[in-house]
Design a protein. Structure first.
Length: 186
C-alpha cells in the first residue's frame, strides 16, 4: 500500500541508495553500496561551477569484503561527485573499518573510526544499508543451500531477536518460530 495522497508540493531533492551483495569465488562476500544525491534545479557551486538539475551533487561508492563471521577484510571507498574538490581525499580513511565485525556495536565503532572530520557523512550513512544488505545476502545463501530460513540453529538466542517489531521476543513470530525465546504473556 503506498503512502497517502500528499499535500501539494514541489520536488527538490532525491537521494538514491542501491546496495548489492555478492558471494565471491574465494568464499568471501562483497557488499557494495552507492549513494547519489541530485537536485531538480541547477545551482552554482564554489568548487564545481554550475551543477545542473539531475547532475549528482554526491556520488559515492563503498565496498566491504567480509567473511562468514561478518568480519571486514577489505574496504574500498570512492567519491565520484562531492560538493568540494577535497571530498575524495578522505576515502582512504575508510580502510580503518578493516578488522571490524558487523554486529552489536558496529555503528558506534564506525563513527569512532571515520565519523566527523575523520570521514564523510554520506559514506558513513551508507555503511548502515550495506550492513543490512550483508545480513540479507548471507541469509539468501543459506536458503539456497537448503538451511532453515531463520539462519539459526542450536540453542543460542538468535542475534536478530529484538531488532524490530516483528522479531520482538513477545511477538507471535517469535512464539511460532523460536518458542524457546518467546517472552509473551500467554
Amino acid at each position: 500500500m503506498p503512502l497517502s495522497e500528499p499535500a501539494p508540493r514541489t520536488h527538490l531533492h532525491a537521494r538514491n541508495i542501491e546496495c548489492r551483495g555478492y558471494l565471491r569465488d574465494d568464499g568471501l562476500w562483497d557488499i557494495e553500496g552507492r549513494l547519489v544525491d541530485t537536485k531538480t534545479y541547477a545551482f552554482s557551486n564554489r568548487d564545481r561551477g554550475e551543477i545542473e538539475a539531475g547532475e549528482p551533487v554526491h556520488g559515492m561508492w563503498l565496498r566491504l569484503t567480509i567473511d562468514d563471521a561478518m568480519r571486514i577484510h577489505a574496504v574500498e571507498a570512492v567519491t565520484d561527485h562531492g560538493p568540494y574538490r577535497i571530498c575524495p581525499a578522505i576515502t582512504s580513511n575508510f580502510k580503518r573499518l578493516e578488522g571490524l565485525t558487523i554486529g552489536p556495536g558496529f555503528r558506534r565503532a564506525v563513527r569512532e573510526r571515520v565519523g566527523g572530520e575523520q570521514g564523510c557523512t554520506h559514506l558513513v550513512e551508507l555503511v548502515g544499508p550495506i550492513a543490512t544488505t550483508a545480513f540479507q545476502t548471507m541469509i539468501a545463501r543459506r536458503r539456497l543451500k537448503g538451511a532453515q530460513s531463520d539462519a539459526h540453529s542450536g540453542s543460542e538466542r538468535p542475534p536478530f531477536l529484538g531488532t524490530c517489531h516483528a522479531l520482538a521476543t513477545g511477538s507471535p513470530v517469535v512464539k511460532e518460530q523460536w518458542p524457546e525465546f518467546y517472552t509473551g504473556n500467554d
